[in-house]
Design a protein around this ligand. Structure first.
Ligand code: FAD
Length: 312
């Protein structure tokens, strides 16, 4: 049994989510190789080689992989697939673009978003917005799996795997890169943040979102999140959305402010270690998952919290 992990690379660096997918791969058992594909990915390959338990790092460095287009990447992975029993990737926007194509080209059923490895062919994954956990046994000889990173801790360093450059696969040339617009922020990335301060419809405007959520988040060194209602109303940009159709997060501390706690929101944050909720409605479902709840009007409360944090 040998597994290939498709590394998540951000610019030239290895994203922390790769080490979480590695934990899942090691639980499946057998050898683990990591594929690092992109442009100028030397530093990412070196970081991957240091991860504990990795036998080999394959590096495909070339312009064709620079923008993570699904078509050339999938062709590369399918070209390598003969040597592997399982192909895994952290469940990210990029892998959600690439791995289904790999699974289709290999004619196997992808197992998406696993939260637990039961055995080499059996996995748990959430369904119905996390309200039920499905146990899936895959009979495919080659498994294609995405790993929900909030459910696995990262494997640490301690390895010294061989790094092997591989030639580029043939580019099907059916897509080409035009442009990308990346949201730039000084704050921690939402899915990697240790603290998230999240605002909902209760904020009532984008001005309030800025005035009340941002200072508290800044003082806590936190990322900012939002409910879908807040995003749909234009209070916050959509890359901040947490939930079933947004990002899945599991920080050490999640502060939900003016968020009712709909199941689709809970699906994205209920694995947070400590949940704090501020809501003026004591019946709000968010209080059912909160470790600490404050029934209060968020506006004066956040001003007070900001003033107290300023003293700390
Ligand atoms: P509301 O439910 O309107 O709650 C606002 C809360 O603010 C209330 O509890 C209210 O008491 C409180 N409040 C108001 N004013 C104050 C105040 N002054 N002080 C304190 N509290 C106050 N939602 C997501 O978040 N993420 C998703 O990914 C997502 N995906 C979805 C996918 C599907 C297929 C569907 C159907 C829905 C999805 N939703 C998602 C929407 C979800 O069902 C809810 O509509 C949404 O989460 C509600 O957002 P909210 O809690 O901000 O708003």
């Amino acid at each position: 049994m040998t597994a290939l992990i498709v590394a998540e690379v951000t610019e030239s660096a290895l994203a922390p989510s790769t080490a979480k997918a590695l934990t899942a791969a090691l639980q499946i058992g057998g050898g683990v190789h990591i594929l690092v594909a992109g442009k100028n990915v030397g530093p990412a390959a070196e970081a991957a080689a240091k991860l504990s338990g990795v036998e080999k790092v394959l590096v495909a460095d070339g312009a064709a992989y620079g923008h993570h287009l699904a078509e050339p990447l999938a062709a590369l992975i399918v070209g390598l697939a003969g040597g592997y029993d399982a192909i895994l990737a952290p469940s990210t926007s990029s892998s959600k673009n690439v791995l289904p194509r790999v699974a289709a080209l290999l004619d196997v059923a992808q197992v998406s978003d696993i939260i637990k490895v039961v055995s080499a062919d059996t996995f748990e994954r959430p369904i119905y917005a996390g309200n039920a956990i499905q146990t899936v046994r895959s009979k495919d000889a080659k498994k294609v799996i995405t790993v929900r990173t909030a459910s696995f801790t990262a494997t640490g360093e301690g390895g010294s795997a061989a790094i092997e450059a591989i030639g580029a696969g043939s580019d099907p040339s059916v897509s080409s890169f035009k442009s990308e617009a990346l949201a730039k922020s000084e704050r921690p990335e939402l899915t990697a943040a240790k603290i998230i301060v999240s605002g909902g419809r209760g904020l009532a405007s984008s001005e309030n979102f800025k005035e009340y959520i941002e200072p508290v988040a800044t003082r806590l060194g936190a990322a900012i999140g939002a409910s879908r209602a807040a995003v749909d109303a234009g209070y916050a940009p959509n890359d901040l959305q947490v939930g079933q159709t947004g990002k899945v997060v599991a920080p050490d501390l999640y502060v939900a402010i003016g968020i009712s706690g709909a199941i689709q929101h809970l699906a994205g944050m209920k694995d947070s270690k400590v949940i704090v909720a501020i809501n003026k409605d004591e019946e709000a479902p968010i209080f059912q998952v909160a470790d600490y709840g404050l029934v209060a009007d968020l506006f004066p409360t956040l001003k007070e919290l900001d003033a107290e944090l300023a003293k700390a």
